[in-house]
Write a protein of this length. Sequence first.
Length: 157
Amino acid sequence: MSLTVFKPTGNLVPVNGGEPVAPAECYLKDDVDALESQLRSDIEKNFAMFYDEREELARLRKLIGPRVPFDPNTPENRRVTSGSVWRHFKGTTAEVITVCKHSETGEDLVVYRCSGNEGKTNHTDGLYARPLSMFLSEVDHAKYPDAKQKYRLEKIK
């Protein structure tokens, strides 16, 4: 039964109308006790569900194995795809637009947008094409002894 407080007397009245049924304090205490019991029950159910989820995550982690840190040098992470973002060894970033073929030689070319130059390289921010083999080549450490990367460009996402 849904009740509301009848203001002048403090008695409770059924919401659908009718006579006051009892002093407000009696019903309010019963309602608070019922609400507290319901909240405790809900918390226990939610905790059990949370606990089950934690057990499921632990089970999945065992199946998947340990997390492996991102390695930009693995063959999978050296695959050039549209939308991938690469860091040049001089500090700029390159977002790959597409990989295409040179119309005369058939050589694979990477078309990319260079950004973040700020004087770090000998060209400005903009669109460039570079042979795929050069895009994926190792840094010439004889020419650039201070370079920290193994490759000219390493995938960052």
